[in-house]
Design a protein around this ligand. Structure first.
Ligand code: HEC
Ligand code: HEC
Ligand code: HEC
Ligand code: HEC
Ligand code: HEC
Ligand code: HEC
Length: 439
């Protein structure tokens, strides 16, 4: 009668229910950050935005720079460094002080229009970079562009910190170029979550033990002979059905989570850089000696495959250059034995997908670096893009078709212009149709 509340059956079942509910909730909470970090660029931005929020609160305007970092990495990093280092285009350090914002936004949205309009600086830099076309980004908003340069300013102001991955606000954004790898802040958040979960679990355990004591209420204590101490508590917990079901749920959800994580990454080999049989360096050949990619990858303008050069192509030069080097001797051995050099394949789409180099390089006018990164700086070749379907589609949505001097598109351009003010994107010419990419 003087018991403050009654532990009747209804209450108990509600309690069981709510406890496993809390457990499920916690397990889901724990799973979420990793569940969303799928690898394609759109998804990669999601955890970045989420994880960057706390950092943004700690530093003034940091959120902007964090957003800028992910936009920069997805769109500009193939061609620009945030420092003054030259990649394909100039280093962007100080760009925001060289130009006012109006100039920058016009340039980023459509640099070729600016060059065509005769803007003195635009023409000068275009010529300086041997008339390399910068991609246009008509769908970046003012905010996006501001964010990019906020990031560039931040990264160039503290290059050492940025290189260490410890830039206070940007550290959380978008992982690194290899993608997927969680940043420091992300790990801290995860650890904090785990700690909170353990604490909550502890509290739950205490409540459970108190309640089970109350239920048994000093009566005949037949089931829990171990009574006092930690051992006794543990024993009671293992027979408690609510705890058992909670544990089961956590276990099931964790297994589910890691299975899903695994599934998202099956076949994704971003960052793959196997050791090759001959230490052939793109940095030396394509970078320092500026040998054209086409010279060796003879298929890029003509067909589906780019082709890996045969040993004969190497011999055009190495018949005389560095003959005595043991690495070069391997080329000789291969030719003498009539055995091809067994290069390890790096990029490899599954057979269900169709990709054609000539369509992209010759017709589309894309640079190799758009998809392969700065190969001319790689000592060992590495897969820089994820090569997932999301990656292909993302670019098809964003990229304008190169219709210049291509009569094939004249009619289409006319039709499109009569229907829409937007530029003709790859998506508009069927670049999202399943059958274009799948046999
Ligand atoms: C395909 C390579 C490529 C990509 C991608 C690219 N750029 Fe460029 N960018 C260039 C080149 C090349 C130049 C030099 C001018 C020229 O040749 O057109 C340049 C010049 C610039 C300049 C002028 C630099 C200066 O020193 O005044 C700015 C600013 C710039 N880019 C910003 C961006 C931003 C922002 C992005 C991403 C949204 C981006 N670029 C993406 C190739 C690229
Ligand atoms: C257009 C000329 C040219 C072609 C083609 C060429 N190379 Fe080279 N390669 C060079 C030059 C130049 C060097 C630098 C030599 C030096 O350091 O004195 C070099 C250096 C090397 C080295 C480093 C040798 C050492 O011990 O330092 C290797 C390995 C090599 N090449 C492999 C290859 C392979 C494999 C191919 C064919 C796929 C190839 N090269 C095609 C010009 C070429
Ligand atoms: C002198 C010849 C030579 C030149 C020039 C050259 N490559 Fe290569 N490339 C090779 C060889 C040999 C391999 C295979 C060995 C390796 O992976 O390093 C290769 C491999 C590659 C691969 C990876 C292929 C795979 O297995 O998925 C890519 C991508 C690539 N090259 C891009 C380029 C680009 C872009 C350029 C121009 C900036 C370029 N190459 C210039 C010889 C060359
Ligand atoms: C639009 C993106 C894109 C562009 C641009 C691009 N590549 Fe590729 N490249 C790929 C993809 C995707 C693969 C994998 C193809 C496959 O497995 O069927 C690949 C594969 C390769 C390979 C391996 C051999 C092969 O053909 O499968 C080489 C070498 C290569 N690319 C070189 C180049 C060079 C050199 C350029 C510039 C002239 C270039 N790529 C431009 C996307 C691109
Ligand atoms: C860097 C941007 C970019 C990436 C990444 C990219 N594409 Fe494309 N793709 C283009 C452009 C630009 C065109 C339009 C070329 C033209 O003018 O026909 C195109 C055209 C195509 C077409 C022909 C579409 C048509 O209607 O004629 C196919 C098929 C295609 N791409 C497949 C792929 C596949 C598969 C991948 C991924 C493995 C991929 N692309 C990745 C830019 C890209
Ligand atoms: C621009 C090219 C492109 C278009 C358009 C495209 N896909 Fe894909 N798709 C790919 C590539 C490339 C892969 C392989 C990606 C990978 O291995 O991660 C792929 C993989 C897939 C897979 C997964 C197969 C597996 O083994 O995991 C399915 C299913 C799929 N595509 C269905 C579709 C459907 C349905 C459509 C139309 C709505 C479509 N695709 C349109 C390029 C494309």
């Amino acid at each position: 009668m003087n018991i403050p509340f009654r532990m009747d059956a209804k209450f108990c079942s509600f309690f069981n229910y709510s406890k496993s509910f809390v457990a499920i909730l916690l397990a889901i909470l724990l799973s979420v950050p990793t569940l969303v970090s799928a690898q394609d660029s759109a998804a990669a931005a999601a955890p970045a935005a989420g994880a960057a929020a706390p950092a943004g609160a700690a530093s003034t305007g940091g959120g902007d720079a964090a957003k800028g970092e992910s936009i920069f990495k997805n769109n500009c990093a193939q061609c620009h460094a945030p420092t003054d280092e030259r990649v394909v285009g100039p280093g962007l350090k100080g760009a925001s002080s060289r130009h006012d914002f109006a100039w920058l936004s016009k340039w980023v949205r459509n640099s070729s229009a600016m060059i065509a309009s005769g803007d003195a600086y635009a023409v000068k830099i275009y010529n300086e970079y041997s008339k390399a076309q910068m991609t246009s980004f008509p769908n970046l908003s003012d905010d996006d562009i501001k964010a990019i340069f906020a990031y560039v300013d931040q990264a160039s102001a503290a290059p050492a910190a940025a290189a260490g991955g410890a830039a206070p606000a940007g550290g959380a954004a978008a992982g690194d170029a290899k993608g997927g790898a969680p940043s420091d802040l992300f790990v801290i958040v995860l650890v904090a979550l785990v700690v909170v979960m353990v604490l909550v679990l502890g509290v739950l355990l205490v409540i459970v033990s108190l309640l089970s004591k109350a239920v048994k209420g000093g009566g005949a204590e037949t089931e829990a002979p171990a009574g006092e101490g930690f051992g006794g508590l543990l024993k009671r917990l293992t027979v408690d059905p609510a705890i058992r079901s909670a544990t089961l749920w956590i276990f099931v959800l964790l297994v589910l989570k890691s299975t899903l994580d695994g599934a998202f990454n099956v076949g994704v080999q971003q960052g793959y850089a196997p050791k090759q049989p001959i230490s052939f360096s793109h940095k030396l050949h394509a970078g320092e000696y500026k040998i054209d990619c086409n010279y060796c990858h003879t298929g890029v303008n003509r067909g589906k495959s780019a082709h890996i050069p045969s040993a004969n192509i190497c011999m055009n030069c190495h018949g005389v250059i560095k003959k005595e080097s043991p690495e070069i001797q391997k080329i000789y051995t291969s030719i003498e034995n009539n055995q091809p050099i067994e290069w390890v394949r790096v990029h490899n789409l599954p057979d269900l997908a169709y990709f054609n180099h000539a369509q992209h390089v010759n017709v589309g006018g894309l640079e190799c670096q758009n998809c392969h990164g700065d190969v001319e700086k790689m000592e060992v070749i590495q897969q820089r893009s994820s090569l997932t379907m999301g990656w292909c589609i993302d670019c098809h949505r964003k990229t304008e078709v190169n219709t210049k001097d291509n009569q094939y598109y004249d009619k289409l351009v006319q039709l499109h212009a009569s229907e829409s003010k937007e530029a003709l994107k790859v998506a508009d010419i069927g670049g999202l149709e399943c059958s274009k990419c799948h046999y």
